[in-house]
Design a protein around this ligand. Structure first.
Ligand code: NAD
Ligand code: IPM
Ligand code: MN
Length: 361
């Protein structure tokens, strides 16, 4: 089992170190190899996704990814910006299916900014299409003004685009996931989120999801406009089961859903291709505001490592050990600052990782 480890920028190296600590403690025979990515790779090699880093991820069974980005790179040309590294990995590996489970652990019901009744017992799954939509649509650009400078550009544009096969395959992923959850006691429901009232791309999306849905008579399908979905997510989040949506809407809705779990530092993710090769990363970014201070919550990354064991490495039991250990440390009252509340014990990034290792049993 070969794992590429790409810590990246900001809090990336701090949180990935804790996940690696937990993986090491499992005593399974992994081969882990690290490489630079994002701003760190740009500083060392002049490119955010060097060929060697991409090759490492391609050759691995799975990639454990931290985060990329920092304000100091904001003035670089777009192809050189750190964020292009994660987009390039997703595109090059064909990682079209992004799973972002929002689960509110019982120990954290009071960490959420919502009332406990709303989030208690919450277990929803956001499935975000990850290699299409306005993120990758062509053409894109800025029309440069006569003076040749971007500050004088006349207009800028990005193109929203989806093809039939792209929508079909993500729809199948969502219906299959709902079926699996139904077998485990879930309601068996897919909510497809779109903006069909305004955008052609999303009328097309809605039509095709409906077509695919006809092949899953055991699963209920409903459609919701994205603005309403954002509202319903904070009004009555437990009404959702599986949410499937495009790249852009999924990005936004998953950050909103993160707060239902207590903190963005709790939301893991898995990005899979059609060969179950995957990239695993927390849903949050590089958090430059708290980087290097030992304040970051490593649990989203540790839980992403658990997803990696489950989805790409066929180690279900080890995945569950990690998830149980995370719940155990929360039950002990240990909290990084983002999930801290009165009466619990504030710990740093490394202490949290150590506690998870201890709790593995
Ligand atoms: P962010 O997710 O990095 O941070 C948003 C807020 O959440 C900040 O206040 C931060 O301190 C907090 N936060 C995030 N993760 C946390 C954790 N584990 N523990 C505690 N607090 C945490 O989003 P941003 O500030 O908008 O973006 C910062 C940089 O990260 C940008 O360059 C952005 O492009 C990049 N980014 C990268 C990824 C990725 O690598 N996949 C994802 C999102 C953002
Ligand atoms: C995420 C991030 C990325 C995205 C950025 C950094 C490209 O926000 O993984 O959610 O928009 O997909
Ligand atoms: Mn995001």
């Amino acid at each position: 089992m070969k794992i590429a480890v790409l810590p990246g920028d900001g809090i990336g190296p701090e949180i990935v170190a804790e996940a690696v600590k937990v993986l090491d403690a499992l005593d399974l025979s992994f081969e882990m190899e690290s490489a630079l990515v994002g701003g760190a790779a740009f500083d060392a090699h002049g490119h955010p996704l060097p060929e060697a880093t991409l090759q490492l991820a391609k050759d691995a069974d799975a990639t454990l990814f931290g985060a990329v980005g920092d304000w100091k790179y904001d003035t670089l040309d777009r192809p050189l910006r750190p964020e292009q590294a994660i987009l390039g990995l997703r595109k090059n590996l064909g990682l079209f299916a992004n799973f972002r489970p929002a689960i509110c652990y019982p120990q954290l019901v009071d960490a959420s900014s919502l009332k406990r009744d709303l989030v208690s017992g919450l277990d929803i799954l956001i499935i975000r299409e990850l290699t299409g939509d306005i993120y990758f649509g062509q053409p894109r650009g800025r029309r440069i003004a006569t003076d040749g400078h971007f500050p004088g550009a006349e207009e800028a544009f990005d193109t929203m685009r989806y093809s039939r096969p792209e929508i079909e395959r993500i729809a199948h992923v969502a219906f299959e996931a709902a079926r699996k959850r139904k077998a485990a006691g879930g309601p068996g429901r897919v909510t497809s989120v779109d903006k069909a009232n305004v955008l052609e791309t999303f009328q097309f999306w809605k039509d095709i999801v409906t077509e695919v849905g006809a092949q899953y008579p055991d699963i209920a399908l409903d459609h919701m406009y994205v603005d309403n979905a954002a509202m319903q997510l904070v009004k009555a989040p437990k009404k959702f089961d599986v949410v499937v949506t495009g790249n852009m809407f999924g990005d936004i809705l998953s950050d909103a859903a993160a707060m239902l779990t207590g903190s963005i530092g709790m939301l893991p993710s898995a990005s899979l291709n059609d060969r179950n090769q995957g990239l695993y990363e927390p849903s949050h970014g590089s958090a430059p505001d708290i980087a290097g201070k030992g304040l970051a919550n490593p649990l989203a990354t540790i839980l992403s490592a658990a997803m990696m064991l489950r989805f790409s490495l066929n180690q279900e039991e080890a995945a569950r050990r990690i998830e149980s250990a995370v719940q155990a440390v929360l039950a002990q009252g240990l909290r990084t600052p983002d999930i801290w509340s009165e009466g619990t014990t504030k710990v740093g990034t490394a202490q949290m990782g150590d506690a998870v290792v201890q709790a593995l049993g």
